[in-house]
Design a binder for this molecule. Structure first.
Ligand code: ZN
Length: 349
């Protein structure tokens, strides 16, 4: 089959569209899917560069997000049959440990991600456990049907944003949330999820075009972090109080400011550190202001179910930046690396 493979760690020159053996069903509970679309994530760039302690069998198929048609199923598969239109939950876990049993699959010791630890979705076929697929829902009434690109683009970022804001930060209606760097899939989805929660949302970007797009998606306040002092601006917008929740996936470049613009009792939630992982916390300020610092990664089966339900109700819809053919997947990665996208970059398989 045709796939986008990583031949060695490094930069985008290590990527190639190549012929590789198609995966086969090896055990009970597995499902083989003919993929129609895949979507890229920032995580793929980390995988290309090489993560410490992560030894991949090369060549490796990238891609965490995908959607397609079930082609065949193994023994003991109960809820899926050939011909079903499905979307994938990118996180594979044991489903038996104490974390999995209470729905917190991304805390499982054996948690693995498609495209990061195991062969991914930028290919014509993939085999995954039954619990990792969900039927592509049909939203009611005036909503148009979910396209393959949308089905593929939805899972990873929505799972991540949902777990961060709802499951971890317990964002409530009437609270104010700040999201750094709107544009990438997680931050755009975090904006949508925060609006669904009834929060007032402040977003930042260095691009006025992205800020305008964010306003169209419901952002209440937009701040250009290339031109403005964000701490002062946020104080002004919140009667000096600060915000209840900060979503900071930037790390070193924004961390100090994120803490400065937290209100008393505020929560900082992070699922990444694109500019570096080493940050400081003044413990005196942490306890006196009663802040909470929350880590979050991906999500569990419960988070996934709730996210897919919202898609089916027409209340959440992924924002598609662009779609590339599988043959042009390296170009898609170039766009991801440049960071100029607004929403998800997808690949039609
Ligand atoms: Zn487990």
């Amino acid at each position: 089959m045709k796939a986008l493979v990583l031949r060695g760690h490094g930069d985008l020159s290590q990527l190639a569209v190549d012929e590789v053996p198609a995966p086969v069903i090896r055990g009970p509970g597995e499902v083989r899917i003919r993929l129609e679309a895949a979507a890229l994530n920032h995580l793929d760039l980390w995988t290309i560069r090489g993560l410490p302690g992560l030894a991949l069998a090369l060549p490796h198929i990238l891609g965490g997000d995908g959607a397609g048609v079930v082609e065949s199923v193994g023994n003991d598969v109960e809820h899926v049959q050939p011909g079903d239109r499905v979307m994938l939950n990118p996180g594979i876990s044991c489903s038996r440990c104490r974390y999995c049993l209470r729905g917190e699959h991304s805390l499982c010791e054996t948690y693995r991600l498609l495209g990061e630890h195991v062969p991914g979705t930028l290919a014509e076929y993939i085999v995954v456990p039954e619990q990792n697929v969900a039927a592509v829902p049909t939203p009611p009434g005036p909503h148009p049907p979910i396209s393959w690109a949308e089905a593929a683009a939805f899972s990873l970022v929505t799972l991540t944003a949902w777990r961060m804001l709802v499951t971890r930060a317990h964002l409530r209606a009437g609270e104010t949330v700040l999201i750094w760097g709107v544009g990438g899939g997680v931050s755009v989805t975090a904006l949508q999820v925060a609006k669904l929660c009834g929060a007032r949302v402040i977003v930042t970007s260095s691009s006025d075009a992205k800020l305008e797009a964010a306003r169209a998606l419901g952002a209440d306040e937009t701040l250009n972090h290339g031109a403005l002092d964000i701490v002062k601006s946020v104080r002004r917008l919140t009667d000096r109080r600060g915000v209840d929740v900060v979503v900071d996936n930037v790390g070193e470049a924004t961390w100090d400011r994120s803490l400065k613009l937290l209100a008393r009792g505020g929560r900082l939630v992070t699922c990444g550190a694109t500019t570096g992982p080493a940050v400081n916390v003044d413990v005196r300020r942490l306890f006196w202001y009663q802040w909470t610092i929350l880590g979050s990664t991906m999500g569990g089966a419960e988070d996934f179910r709730e996210a897919v339900n919202l898609l089916g109700q027409g209340r959440l819809r992924p924002v598609i930046d662009s779609t590339f053919a599988l043959d042009d997947a390296v170009e898609a990665f170039r766009r991801l690396e440049q960071g100029e996208q607004m929403g998800k970059i997808t690949v039609a398989v």
